[in-house]
Design a protein around this ligand. Structure first.
Ligand code: PGA
Length: 252
């Protein structure tokens, strides 16, 4: 059985004070057995969050890492080695905001995925289509390409220790959510693609849905057989809302 994962992507939000307040809210949430929970603050706040929630079972991850895994003259970058040294456990790669706003292509994303794994961080590979691509009937093709390019560069074996998040670009931060059926269709296609290369990896990998997930729509998404949790943006900035999503995952 796949253990559900609910991960909160805090994006470039938070001050020390607001992060402390959010963490206090998270500490008050009941622990939901059988669900993994992660939060992904800005890199600057990672250590602060880790030291505050050390006692509870919440994983802390990063939103990005350098293509360079170790250390060196790469001004402004943060490496997977440094994230691992800070006790960080996972890292997002290929988020659509990075693809669109920072021109990250599949090659760069593969390098980041590889760098993360080299230091024991779990990469959470994000894939998703734009509205234009969906309307042109290209959704499955776009996702298969994004995923296929990473598989080609790194090999299917790299997915034995990874998570994939399907995030339709048109649903991120817009309040529009894919219907459970739309999301399930893409998740099933992702699982089939992986299974055709390696059945064990295809059946065991966790596939998260992301894009305006909130307490009000989480349960119906989690009812879908191939949705193993969520990558939550806006709603993860509110501890009560995030807690309700975690509880919905616990009913899966
Ligand atoms: P959202 O963001 O929940 O605010 O739509 C999701 C994400 O970008 O990971």
């Amino acid at each position: 059985m796949r253990r559900p994962l609910v991960a909160g992507n805090w994006k470039m939000h938070g001050t020390r004070a607001s992060v402390d307040e959010l963490v206090q809210g998270l500490l008050k949430l009941e622990v939901v057995p059988g669900v993994d929970v992660a939060v992904l603050p800005v890199a600057l706040h990672i250590e602060r969050v880790i030291s505050a929630i050390e006692s509870v079972q919440v994983l802390v991850g990063a939103q990005n890492c350098s293509v360079e895994a170790q250390q060196g003259a790469f001004t402004g970058e943060i490496s997977a080695a440094q994230l691992a040294d800070s006790q960080c456990r996972m890292v997002l790669v290929g988020h659509s905001e990075r693809r669109q706003l920072f021109q990250e292509d599949d090659h760069v994303i593969s390098r980041k995925f590889y760098a993360a794994q080299s230091y024991g961080l779990t990469p959470v590979l994000c894939v998703g289509e734009t509205l234009e691509q969906r309307e042109a009937g290209k959704t499955l093709e776009v996702i298969a390409d994004q995923l296929g390019n990473v598989i080609r560069e790194l090999g299917i074996g790299a997915f034995a220790q990874a998570v994939i998040a399907y995030e339709p670009v048109w649903a991120i931060g817009t309040g529009l959510t894919a219907t459970p059926e739309q999301a399930q269709a893409v998740h099933a296609a992702i699982r089939d693609q992986l299974s055709s290369e390696d059945g064990q990896i295809g059946s065991s990998i966790r596939l998260l849905y992301g894009g305006s997930v909130k307490a009000a729509n989480a349960a119906e998404l989690f009812e879908m057989p191939d949705i193993d949790g969520a990558l939550v943006g806006g709603a993860s900035l509110n501890a009560d809302e995030f807690g309700a999503i975690i509880r919905a995952a616990g009913r899966k």
